[in-house]
Design a protein around this ligand. Structure first.
Ligand code: HEC
Length: 240
């Protein structure tokens, strides 16, 4: 009962962004290595220009099943050695003067914002002529970041319409297509799913190992229990 109440209390907070835009559930799977590798590739190609991952070293990418050569040849754009942290490609001060705000480090963004928010944020950029970058976002109004993945997703417009009937949803969101991207909607959703998967991994790399270790611990405890039980029977068998 208590957990049910706690769940009910948490739902409205979890399901809506700042402006009431409904967040989509992130379908990422932390055990899917192929998805994590694809997310790492998208990150290095499209995000590292502005956002570092200071708590992550290039070496760490080996945990995702990548070889040193693969990391060196395809993913290492901002370092010489595998032991170096994943730094941004240019000077953060320049970035601040270009965008008005410095792009934050994203090492722990999956913990501060949550995967659902990230999954929705990266799929809800829209064209806005009034914004300095020409872009705006449904869950991060007046965001200082341009849509980094627009070539993949294409360009969309968003119209927020007041709901005349009132009632539950005060406004309706109407998306329109301005220009197609290189990916279909389903492909783009998968790209973002993998990217969010990678960001969740970066925020908590040990998450991958923790589950199997937990299972081993339970197994060992189970075996110990059997021995303890047999031992107890052995000790007590003559005490009648
Ligand atoms: C051209 C530079 C640039 C690129 C490329 C870029 N971003 Fe950003 N990003 C920014 C800036 C600037 C902000 C700060 C926006 C603000 O606070 O208004 C930001 C903010 C964010 C935030 C919100 C952080 C927070 O909690 O406030 C996330 C998440 C994010 N970016 C993810 C990404 C991802 C993922 C990519 C790659 C697909 C990416 N960004 C590519 C410039 C960039």
């Amino acid at each position: 009962m208590k957990t049910l109440l706690a769940l009910l209390a948490a739902v409205p907070l979890a399901a809506f962004g700042a402006e009431g835009y409904r967040l989509d559930r992130s379908p990422h799977d932390p055990r899917d290595l192929v998805s994590l590798q694809s997310g790492a590739r998208t990150y290095m190609n499209y995000c590292l220009g502005c956002h570092g991952l200071q708590f992550m070293r290039y070496e760490g990418l080996k945990e995702l099943g990548l070889s040193e050569a693969q990391i060196r040849d395809n993913l290492m754009f901002t370092a010489e050695k595998l032991g170096e942290p994943v730094k941004i490609a240019f000077n953060p001060k320049d970035a601040k003067s270009w965008f008005g705000v410095a792009p934050p480090d994203l090492s722990v963004v999956a913990r501060s914002r949550g995967p659902d928010w990230l999954y929705t944020y990266l799929r809800t950029f829209y064209r806005d002529p009034k914004s300095p970058t020409g872009w705006n976002n449904a869950v991060f109004p007046n965001v200082g970041m341009p849509h980094a993945l627009w070539a993949l997703q294409g360009q969309r417009g968003l119209e927020v319409v007041a709901n005349k009937e009132g009632g539950h949803a005060a406004v309706q969101y109407k998306w329109s297509e301005i220009a197609k991207g290189t990916q279909t909607a389903a492909e783009y959703d998968a790209t973002v799913r993998d990217l969010v998967n990678f960001l969740v991994y970066v925020a908590e790399p040990s998450g991958i190992e923790r589950r199997p270790i937990g299972i081993v611990v339970l197994f060992v405890l189970g075996v110990l229990f059997v021995f303890a039980y047999l031992l107890k029977k052995e000790y007590w068998k003559d005490v009648k």
